[in-house]
Design a protein around this ligand. Structure first.
Ligand SMILES: Cc1ncc(COP(=O)(O)O)c(C=O)c1O
Length: 387
């Protein structure tokens, strides 16, 4: 059976070049980067090469990159590491749970948190962030691109607001990295999170940019790895993979990758909508990353559609991967003002660097016919057409 994967916001396959770059670091060059012998020196050199590559993707300095176990750890490090009891934090209602639940924990620890709303298109208004500032605000944490809708947030304006107010600005760039150019100087952020497995590096790898001179309270205590900001022996092959993926992402961004991917995504979106009635795009009209589209199909359960598509060989998702299996509709779509029903009827399709035009053709054949079939057996839909 043919299988097509359009769930790259959940995770991406490791690219062959990335795997090849990693291979020697499992076998011959397996040293501990803290050891002083030959093996250790080679491992250290490889970690530092990867650090320079990740820094280049973000226009940061290598010393500003801290390797972590993924996006969740980088988000937690920013949220808990920059805050003290009694501080006020501004975040948004549409953050990934890595930020959202960290902020909820902060509330339990005696901090105050403001969750700013979003527009119907899924955009945060910089003025809402400005208006939420208080004398004890210490951190603004607003994501760069939303994982469910792909909507890009006005992080440069928010960065300016944070700078003027002299508060820390962290942005979760997990879904933006490798899809749109990122320049930490332009964003004027103090901290930024990325995740390896969203950019074709292995799962369980990630990094945090921390602006030079910013003091952070570590989450892990142990050796003096990562300049005493993240203890624990470095994940050498994973870091090498992340470095290679960052290098490839940079080349892809510079060689017109985003425009070509957006054209494929737009073809998918337009042709699906052209052949299915009572359907639309969540976040349409807002700037979005080039690989994501989030579609609603009234009278259909998103979960049912995901399962029916999977049976035909097409992998997509309803809402965020971490919440699939949960019955609640997506907090992101609800925050955008969608009704419970429309939020439940939404699915996300997300492309990766391995996605081909043939994959899009397959989706264009599969999605409309599955929507039609599910509607035929939907009592809600029959009531509407008969009534
Ligand atoms: C926006 C966003 N932030 C953070 C994360 C968590 O990253 P990781 O899976 O590397 O822990 C994800 C993963 O889905 C995400 O989409």
């Amino acid at each position: 059976m043919r299988r097509v994967y359009l769930d790259n916001n959940a995770t991406t396959p490791v690219l062959p070049e990335v795997l090849e770059a990693m291979r020697p670091f499992y076998l011959e060059e397996f040293g501990n980067a803290s050891s002083i012998h030959h093996y250790g020196q080679h491992a250290r050199a490889a970690v530092e090469k990867a650090r320079a590559s990740v820094a280049a993707l973000l226009n940061a300095r290598p010393a500003e990159i801290i390797f972590t176990s993924g996006g969740t750890e980088a988000d937690n490090l920013a949220v808990f590491g920059l805050i003290r009891a009694g501080d006020h934090v501004i975040t948004s209602a549409i953050e990934h749970h890595a930020v959202l639940n960290s902020c909820k924990r902060l509330e339990q620890m005696g901090c105050e948190v403001t969750f700013v709303p979003v527009s119907g298109h899924g955009e945060i208004a910089p003025d809402d962030v400005r208006n939420a500032l208080r004398p004890n605000t210490r951190l603004i944490s607003i994501m760069m691109a939303n994982n469910e809708t792909g909507v890009l947030q006005p992080v440069e304006e928010i960065g300016r607001i944070a700078l003027e107010a002299d508060v820390f600005f962290h942005t979760d760039a997990v879904q933006a990295a490798g899809k749109v150019p990122i320049d930490v100087a332009r964003i004027a952020c103090d901290a930024l999170s990325i995740s390896g497995h969203k950019i074709h590096a292995p799962q369980g790898t990630g990094a945090m940019f921390l602006k030079k001179g910013t003091l952070i309270q570590p989450m892990l205590y142990g050796g003096s790895h990562e300049r005493q900001r993240r203890a624990g022996t470095e994940n050498l092959p994973g870091i090498v993979g992340l470095g290679k993926a960052a290098e490839m992402a940079r080349q892809w961004l510079e060689s017109g990758g985003p425009a070509a991917m957006a054209a494929m995504r737009d073809r998918l979106q337009e042709d699906v909508l052209g052949s299915a009635e009572a359907a639309g795009v969540n976040g349409l009209g807002a700037p979005r990353v080039p690989n994501t589209t989030n579609l609603w199909f009234d009278f259909i359960e998103g979960e049912a559609l995901v399962i029916a598509l999977d049976l035909k060989g097409l992998a997509v998702s309803s809402g965020a991967a971490c919440s699939s299996g949960a019955i609640e509709p997506s907090h992101v779509l609800l925050a955008m003002g969608l009704s419970q029903q429309r939020a439940r009827s939404s699915i996300r399709l997300s492309l990766g660097k391995q996605t081909t035009q043939q994959d899009i053709d397959f989706a264009l054949q599969t999605v409309p016919e599955t929507v039609t079939r599910l509607r035929e057996i939907s009592p809600l839909y029959r009531k509407q057409t008969v009534g």
